[in-house]
Design a protein. Sequence first.
Length: 597
Amino acid sequence: MNAITAAIQEEVDRFDSEALAALRERFGIDIAELAAIRAFAKVVDPKELSAEFAVLMAARGRLSSASESAAAGEALFCAELLRAEAWAGDPDWIGRLLRLWLGCCDSGSDVGFVLEACAATLAAAGRRLVGERAVVYQLEVDILFALERLMLGVAAVLSSSTIRREQRLRARLEEIDEVTGLPNRHRFMRLLGSWLDTASDSVRIGLVVLTLEWGVAVQHLPVPDQDRLRLMIADALRDVVRPGDLLCATGDNEWSLLMPALRSPAQVRLAANRLVEVCESLLDGELRQLRGRIAAGGAVGPEHGTDPETLEHAARIALVVARQTGRGFEDYREDIAATVQVYVDQERDFIRALQLQQFELVLQPQLDTRSGRCESAELLLRWYRDSGDAVAPPEVILLADRLGVLPQLSRWLIMHSVRMISELTAQGMALRLSLNLTAADMRDEELPDLISQGLRTWRVNPSQLTLEITETALLSDEVRVRQVIVRLRELGCDVALDDFGTGFSSLAYLRNLPVSELKIDQLFVRQLDRSERDRAIVDAVIRLGHGFGLRVVAEGVEDEATRAVLAESGCDLLQGYLLARPMPLDEFVTWYRARSS
């Protein structure tokens, strides 16, 4: 039974004997009025009544209809309305009128038609009863008053039913996700609440919340294509849901599974893993050209929540942990609630630190292999929370990206880097400083303008700023990244390819990108004196870089043996704990001057 059929049936069922009695009482149709109506029904000629009705409806302009189906429905409705023998003697007559009229509404009839039809029926009855006579008898007046009350009652019932039907249909449509056809969040919360009302230790309710975080490729799709993608995933998930469970679309790329009458909490994990597997299969198969991250969290009522909000919150806490840890699914437990609070506190501290600019840039020197002089240094981000705990730079970047504030952090880093170059130059240390950029930075076409503004503001020579990028940044959007690199080089800045040697396309990048420096990944440097294979790789990278006219930097130098090998291979610059640890600006100045004296 579809929504429209169900709405019609509900209205028909609603009008029972009690409703009929209430209608008669409301409009004053008592025994005397019923007797008058029966008297009229016995003397009226149905054909003449119908003929009068047709003339009156035509005069009102109500015989035409928007569609053939509506016209046919209205004709059946009017035929039933004009059955005078049923007016006072058939208790099911209004129920039949209801069904016919609501069918007309389904075909496009408007509520005004029923009002016109009732008015025309009353007028036609008056014409057949009195005609053109100037004198009207009291009995005829009583009959007309009774018929008027009947038609008013009928019009009221049909009009009210029309309004209620539209309200119910609207409510039903508001509970359905228009793209997938699945129950939406409104219905999800309502059903979860009603099921939890009956939950107990022996009758549990399972809940799984699954999300799919898409990459840039999907975010840039036209809306119709994104809708088709959602529908494809919803259909695949719906196919594996067991009978009795209910899949809901609770967000653009979020689905929630309701599992009533749960026998065991283990069923939640089984169901969640199945949903995750379906999404992974799509990403490995039909959707393999797209990228997305899948995560799901589960909870069980009533132990994890006795109301919809609490149980859903528990499932979402598990979802957060699954997303943070990279696992596909996580069950709610009390201990993971504490873990999520750690994330919450960290995010709050980070936003506060960003607002108050409580970050620090430290410098790690890079020494010339031949002269031993410090000609450059890498700038490294440091953030210490109020507790004193240090947060690793990659974690800071991920945190900023997740919170949507990476552009603000990048702006801070760039401006402070240029300012530090200016301060060092003012103290007689015209060094070259390098700063790591993220993949998001390299997709920002306004990045060169921002850097140019910083260079002008602090009157810094562009050749003193080196910007480091990784292959991950290149893979995100090679065409756009190349355009940004070209503009940076046109400014006069150096561009370094960081972590060189770990990717698959490094040689192609050297051929196609105007970079000026290579940084050998420390993965190869740290075992250089113990691994002939790593030594061969490093030697090849150095030769390759010099062949392209590039400066080569080795990071992760932590012992004398490694330094000796790199020097023998002709590496230009060395960086690592053996030479110097990262240090704040004032300590760096002291360190630099001590080496130069």
